[in-house]
Structure formats: C-alpha cells, structure tokens
Design a protein around this ligand. Sequence first.
Ligand SMILES: *[C@@H]1O[C@H](CO)[C@@H](O)[C@H](O)[C@H]1NC(C)=O
Length: 287
Amino acid sequence: MKSRGKIGGWSTLGLPAVFILCIFVFFLGFFGSSLLSQQVENEFSLHPRRPRVLNQNEYEPLPRGDSGDDSLTTIPFQVLSWTPRAQYFPGFATAQQCESIIKMAEVRLSPSGLALRKGDTTESTKGVRTSSGMFISASEDKTGTLALIEKKIERATMIPRIHGEMFNVLRYEIGQRYLQHYDSFNPIEYGPQKSQRMASFLLYLSDVEEGGETMFPYENDESMSSTYDVEKCNGLKVKPRKGDGLLFYSLYPNGTIDPTSLHGGCAVIKGQKWVATKWIRNQEEFY
Ligand SMILES: *[C@@H]1O[C@H](CO)[C@@H](O)[C@H](O)[C@H]1NC(C)=O
C-alpha cells in the first residue's frame, strides 16, 4: 500500500508538469551535446565545411622547391648565450643512439691529441686534454646512427654535411678535463689556415653524475674576470645530459674569431662523460 502511495504522488504532478519536465530534459541534452561537439571540433577540426582553424602550434607547410622538405620539422632548442652564439638542443638523439655510438667507440679509444702551437711540445701541453677519444666517419658506422645524427646536425645548422669533420667521440673519466681553448685556429698562433672551424656541435652521449660541464669562461665578456679559477671551472656551464646537443659558433658571421667562444670541459668528479663532437668548417672537403 505504501508503494502505491508513492506512485500516486508522481501522478499528482499532473500532465502539464511532466510535459515541461520533458522539454527541459530535451533542451538540456540538446545544448549539452552541441557544447561537447564544439569542443571536439576545436580539438580535432572534424567539421568539413568550416575553414580549418590551425591550433596555436600547428602550421601549414609551403609548397617546396626541388630540394626542400614537404613537411615541417621541429628541433627544439634553447639559446644559451649570444656571446658566444650557443644553442642547446634537448633530446637531439635517443638513448639507444647514444649507446650505439659509445659501443662503437669504446673498442677504438686512445689518448686524445692536441693541435700544437709554435713553441708547444707534447710535454708542455700535458694535462691540457686528458680524455681518450677516437675519430669515426658516418660512413664507417654500419648501423646508420651517425649518418642520422649528421643529417640532423646538418638540418639544425643548415651547414651542409660536407663541411663537417669526422665525429670525435671522447670519454672523460674521473679527474679528466679539457682546459679552456678555442676550436678555431688563430693564424697568428697556428700559421695560415686553409679552412677554419666555424662551429662545434657536441652531442652528450651520457649523463655525468658530477662535474664534466662544458664551460665558457668569457660568456658575455671578452676578458676573464679576476675571480676566474681554473680549478673552480667557472663561467657559463653546460651540464651534460644524455642525448642532448650543444652548438656554438667560434667565428662571427664576418669570419673573424669570436673571442668569447673560448671553452673547456670541467673535470669529471663523479661518473663518466661521453661526448661526440662534430667540428664544422667554413670550407668544403678540407681534409
Ligand atoms: C667582425 O664582427 C665582430 C662582431 O660583430 C666585430 O666586433 C669585428 O670588429 C668585426 N671584424 C671585422 C674585421 O669586420
């Protein structure tokens, strides 16, 4: 009897009330669904008749020329410095690519060499560069990893591959470092040069637990401040991160050496540092 009473309660609402309720529910559904579909359209541009609205980070590629790309490329970078011109490329290579390069290099390591200036001897420059390294060209790498990296560097810099030297893969162990130096060769010190290293691309192949930063002691100022300390390794410091790239230019656009491109590798304190360097020349096929 009690349940009947309840049903009776509903029926006492009367027909007009049920009708209004129905209309209300109908409109609620109608507006709700149209609101929802609009959101979907904005996200995926499903509506065929409306002009395609590009998202903030979506662009339409231009028709390409004979030698260009028909799609857009995204290579994220961060400008680390304008003096010297230095860019950081997070996630430039995959972990797998890094490991593959290390594996290739490991078996062929020998103590890194140094280009000597007039008056320098092997003995007098001992301790300047203490890493082990090897040179390898992309064509020597049968896995194709170095060719892929080289191509990506080429696209990031728009400097054709033929301007690049072979990869120099380096390993720094605890205590090993590379004192500040220029990658370009000043003719006053090194004699006339047929071609010049204009830019350097460093691909970090490993993380380093502590130390091992690439440092630019002259960043934003051409004179080393009196507080500079080789052992403290101060200046702009770039901490190696596996797979990330660092590009910096040793020459100004007018071709003269940028004095702020002086740089070094701080001593590794904990862990091991692996890096693949690609020096880029201002002339083709210099070797
Ligand atoms: C080359 O460019 C740098 C930087 O803009 C400038 O300081 C220097 O004087 C220029 N050198 C020559 C020879 O034009």
